[in-house]
Design a protein around this ligand. Structure first.
Ligand code: ADP
Length: 846
């Protein structure tokens, strides 16, 4: 119950209690009023009865007196006796007395006695007034005497001054009917000062003065005796209430009506209010019962409410706990709550502990040090000192490698220890966060960053080198071209310069080829063109290329292939040649003059009859490769020393291309080297065995390269390039039709008769209409040969993407500038033959 509800409940209880008290007081006040009225009526009747009884007895005595005196005077005592006896029978008094002036008395039978009248006797004899008195006779029940003074007379020798009748007190009570309250009522006739004249009472005390008695012993609730006396003096009657000896009484007071006597009616409140009290108590009990029931119901409701609240909270807690456990079970964070008191007892362990670290929870609950026992150098005393120094609400961070004792897995954890208070209790909360993946990621990122940096560096170096490497042959071309101009009439010099210009051009072309190859490799576009080849011939070709280089550097070069049993293979001989030339060119480049270079070829294994394992080893006695660099030797654009430092030209692409080609063929390559001692590169390939090709169709054993009879449409906007290609093609006997842009080519093709043009050589970047659009439009035009006319892209845009774009535009093949005329010639032959076949056989048209 919250504070607000508590206040409301307290206010309600106070209000209900106040209402009850008010009700009880109201009831008591009305009971008092009712009882007073009732008692006044009752005692009014008693008063009346008493007054009439007194007056009747006094009248009786006054009426009898003349007769008795007369009979006595006549000496008829017997008559007196009889008369009195008759009177006793009819009136009901107990005794008749003749009383003399000293208080002694004698009854009608002449028996003497003494009536103890007290002060009443004085009133009777001296004051000659009628009296009513309580009289006692020794050894007799008290009784009430009504006496009247008479003239002195004598009866049986006894002088009397008054006559009286006496009733037994009991009988008086019956007459006065004051036994209405279970004989507990008390009726006193007193003088105004309180002196008791006559009393009908069950009380043990017989006070002489009743007012004094009350003043001494009773506690009045409202009106005191002084007030009562005042009221009486004014002739008023009334009611008062007082407590006496632990009991409450009603006191009714009223003047008797003769003389100045006063009637006091005293009745115990418990008797008067008996039934009302019972009703009241019954009512109070019912109200109390209802009240208690209400309270019980309220308490029950509150209990039920709080129980359901507690249940709700419990469920919520359980739900949260389950959720927390589920979450924790699925996270890689471990939580441990430890008491921060001296014993460092474990209070909570997240349920994923055993899964992640392989430590059973119960072992940890009994000993927290179990958590760190696998950590090398774990020192509890040191840690404890740190904990002692740790301020409240501060944290302690650590990182540990932890072993999962069950799986043997080692993972990194970042561990934070929070020193905090929960509900006033000091706690240590250990949160262990698995950082393994993050660390891995970070290190991967760092590696990637390093890689990116080195790649960027490599590319910048590459650009710088390329610039240098291209400028060098370019310089030679321009320089020798200038010399050629000036020495045009000197044939030996002309030949020399042309040779040098050609070599420089070839060098530049090989640089560009490398870059193109790299681009194809990086785009996954590198493909192999398998053919049947002779290994011997291939080695001869390689030798032919390398020999001039080694001779120029006075190196010794040898090829050994003695143990080779299989000569003819099926494979991409051009790429194998490229691999060997790359390795050998490097060997030549990185071996000082007079060094030795060797290429050895051996058969390693024969997987099946069809496949032979070949191992190519290129070794040199050159400068060697450092241990750090050898792992990166096959990375693109990487060089151990750049050209400026080494003075050796290169792009850093050769090895990377070599490895990619080897891997494309399903082989492997490795490098071993020692600085200053030389290097060995080993290439392992498995090649399919092939058959030696038939002798050529040509009578001379060679295929013809003549282009005679072929009509070639050439689209080229650059006049110089057009001149070169025209000269080259016309040199081989071709008839050329020229167009300076794509539109012109399209128009010329559309205007041509079917079969008139045999092939189109299409430059790409041209004004008015480029090669792509021109090709697309040729393919879509209405010319009968539109779909079969071979279109070969002839462009300096030679990257993989460029080739693809050409094919997408509907072209059949691509040849890069600068043009390799031999290659171009071959292509023209190939595609023109195809065109002829398709023209003649409509079924072969696409
Ligand atoms: P480059 O065009 O620089 O020769 P490569 O990819 O062919 O590029 O070779 C990468 C690097 O490997 C060379 O720059 C050189 O440092 C080293 N290298 C290759 N072959 C040899 C070799 N035979 N001897 C020493 N170093 C070599």
């Amino acid at each position: 119950m919250n504070r607000k509800n508590g206040i409301v409940a307290a206010v309600c209880i106070v209000l209900i209690l106040s209402a009850c008290m008010f009700y009880v007081q109201l009831v008591q006040r009305s009971i008092y009023k009712e009882s007073s009225v009732h008692l006044q009526e009752l005692y009014g009747q008693v008063n009346e009865t008493f007054t009439s009884l007194v007056e009747r007895n006094w009248n009786l005595l006054r009426d009898w007196e003349p007769y008795i005196r007369d009979q006595i005077a006549r000496g008829n005592d017997k008559n007196v006796e009889n008369y009195i006896d008759n009177g006793r029978n009819s009136w009901g008094f107990t005794e008749f007395y003749f009383i003399n002036s000293d208080g002694s008395c004698m009854n009608s039978q002449g028996t003497y006695g003494y009536l103890n009248f007290g002060s009443g006797f004085v009133t009777l004899i001296r004051d000659q007034e009628n009296v009513v008195l309580d009289a006692t006779f020794p050894s007799r029940e008290p009784f009430t005497v009504f006496a009247v003074p008479v003239e002195k007379g004598e009866y049986k020798g006894f002088t009397y001054s008054a006559i009286a009748v006496g009733y037994e007190k009991k009988r008086m009570e019956d007459i006065l009917s004051i036994n209405a309250f279970d004989n507990t009522a008390n009726c006193q006739i007193v003088y105004p000062d309180g002196r008791v004249i006559f009393a009908v009472s069950s009380e043990v005390d017989h006070p002489y003065n009743y007012f004094s008695y009350l003043e001494d012993n009773a506690q009045f609730e409202n009106t005191g005796t002084a007030q009562i006396k005042d009221n009486l003096a004014q002739g008023k009657s009334g009611t008062a209430r007082y407590s006496l000896k632990g009991m409450k009484y009603y006191l009714v007071y009223e003047p008797v009506g003769f003389q100045d006597w006063i009637l006091l009616g005293i009745t115990p409140a418990s008797v008067v209010n008996y039934s009302i009290n019972q009703v009241q108590w019954f009512t109070i009990m019912i109200i109390g019962f209802i009240f208690i029931m209400l309270i019980l119901m309220a308490v029950y409701y509150i209990l039920q409410h709080s129980r359901s609240k507690i249940k709700e909270k419990d469920e919520e807690l359980r739900y949260r706990q389950q959720m927390f456990n589920m979450l924790v079970n699925n996270t890689s964070e471990i939580f441990v709550m430890i008491s921060a008191s001296d014993d460092y007892s474990v209070e909570y362990i997240s349920p994923n502990m055993e899964k992640l670290l392989g430590i059973p929870e119960d072992e940890l609950y009994s000993d927290i040090h179990r958590l760190n026992q696998e950590i090398p150098g774990y020192d509890w005393d040191e840690l404890r000192k740190e904990l002692d120094r740790l301020p409240l609400n501060e944290t302690l961070h650590q990182s540990h490698q932890r072993l999962n004792e069950k799986t043997g897995e080692v993972r990194w954890y970042n561990e934070t220890l929070y020193y905090l208070t929960i509900d006033g209790q000091e706690k240590l909360l250990l949160v262990m966060t698995d950082q393994t993946e993050e660390r891995k990621r970070r290190s991967q990122l760092e590696q990637a960053l390093d890689l990116a940096r080195s790649a960027t560096q490599a590319k910048s170096d590459f650009l710088a080198n390329m610039s240098h490497d291209i400028r060098t042959p370019m310089n030679a071309v321009i320089g020798f071209a200038g010399l050629l101009e000036r020495n045009a009439d000197n044939p030996s010099k002309v030949r020399d310069y042309i040779t040098k210009i050609t070599a420089s051009g070839q060098h530049m072309q090989s640089l560009i080829n490398d870059i193109l190859d790299m681009s194809r490799i990086e785009n996954g576009k590198m493909t192999l063109n398998e053919n049947v080849f002779s290994l011997d011939e291939l080695l001869e070709e390689v030798d032919a290329v390398i020999q001039p280089q080694v001779m120029a550097r006075q190196q010794i070069f040898a090829i050994s292939s003695d143990e080779i049993t299989q000569d003819v293979y099926i494979g991409d001989s051009a790429r194998i040649r490229q691999i060997l030339l790359n390795l050998l060119t490097n060997a030549v480049k990185y071996t000082p003059e007079r060094g030795r270079i060797r290429l050895s070829v051996s058969e390693t294994d024969r997987l099946t009859d069809d496949f032979v394992g070949l191992c190519f080893k290129v070794s040199d006695t050159g400068i060697g490769i450092s241990e750090e660099y050898i792992d990166k030797i096959f990375d693109p654009f990487s060089r151990e020393r750049n050209s400026t430092v080494s003075g050796i030209q290169g792009t850093g692409l050769g090895m990377s291309i070599t490895r990619s080609l080897v891997e494309l063929m399903g082989g492997s390559i490795s490098a071993e080297s020692r600085l200053g001692e030389g290097s060995v590169f080993t290439v392992s390939l498995h090649l399919r065995c092939g058959q030696a090709p038939d002798i050529s169709q040509d009578e001379n054993g060679e295929s013809s390269d003549s282009l005679e009879g072929m009509n070639i449409l050439i689209a080229e906007d650059t006049p110089m390039n057009m001149d070169i290609i025209l000269d080259l093609l016309e040199m081989y006997g071709a008839r050329c039709i020229t167009a300076v842009n794509g539109r012109e080519a399209l128009e010329k093709f559309e205007a041509s008769s079917p079969g008139d043009i045999h092939i189109v050589l299409m430059d790409i970047q041209m004004p008015v209409m480029n090669g792509y659009e021109a090709s697309e439009r040729i393919r879509n035009c209405s010319h009968p040969d539109a779909h079969i006319i071979p279109i070969i892209a002839m462009t300096a845009n030679a990257f993989a993407d460029d080739i693809q774009k050409c094919l997408d535009a509907g072209m059949d093949a691509h040849i890069a500038k600068p043009l390799n005329i031999v290659k171009l010639n071959k292509m023209i032959h190939e595609y023109v033959s195809l065109f002829m076949i398709r023209r003649n056989d409509p079924e072969l048209r696409p």
